[in-house]
Design a protein around this ligand. Sequence first.
Ligand SMILES: Nc1nc2c([nH]c(=O)n2[C@@H]2O[C@H](COP(=O)(O)OP(=O)(O)OP(=O)(O)O)[C@@H](O)[C@H]2O)c(=O)[nH]1
Ligand SMILES: [Mg+2]
Length: 143
Amino acid sequence: MSDNSRMGADDVSALVHVAVAVILGDDEQVLLTQRHADSHQGGLWEFPGGKLESGESLSGALLRELREELGIEVSAHHALLRIEHDYGDKRVLLDVHCVTEFEGEPSPCEGQPMRWVGVSELGDYAFPEANGAIVRALVSGAR
Ligand SMILES: Nc1nc2c([nH]c(=O)n2[C@@H]2O[C@H](COP(=O)(O)OP(=O)(O)OP(=O)(O)O)[C@@H](O)[C@H]2O)c(=O)[nH]1
Ligand SMILES: [Mg+2]
C-alpha cells in the first residue's frame, strides 16, 4: 500500500497528456464548452478536447475528441502552445492547437453547455487554472 516506488495507472504524479482545441470561428470567436459538474475541474469552462489514448498521436486524439464531443471533422489545425500544470491531484500536459478548418456544425454531443465567445470576452469565463496561459495568448493576438 505504501510502496511509492511502484508506478501504477493511478499514480497521482503521472503526467496526463491532453489534446486541447481552440476552434476559431467567425468574428474572432472561439468555442467553449462547460465541464460536467462531477468531472475534474467540474463546472468550469474549457476548450474542447481530451486525453490521448495509449499509442495515439496528438493529432489523432484531437480529431477523435472533436468528433466525439462536437460531431465535427477537423481538416486543418496547428500548434499554439504547450502547458504543463500541476493541480495537486493531477498533473496535465495540455497540447493546445488552433483549429482553422472543419466540416460540420459543432453541437454538444455529450449534452455539455457550449457557446461561441469573442476573444475579448474570455475574461468573463471561469477556466481551470492551466488555461490562464491560453487566454493570455489569445487576448494578446496569438492564433
Ligand atoms: N479538454 C480540456 N481539458 C482541460 C482544459 N484545461 C485543463 O486543465 N484540462 C484538464 O485536462 C484533463 C483532461 O481533459 P478531459 O476531461 O476533457 O479528458 P477526456 O475528454 O478524455 O474525458 P474523459 O476522462 O471523460 O474521457 C482534465 O483533467 C482537465 O481538467 C481545457 O481547456 N480543455
Ligand atoms: Mg474532454
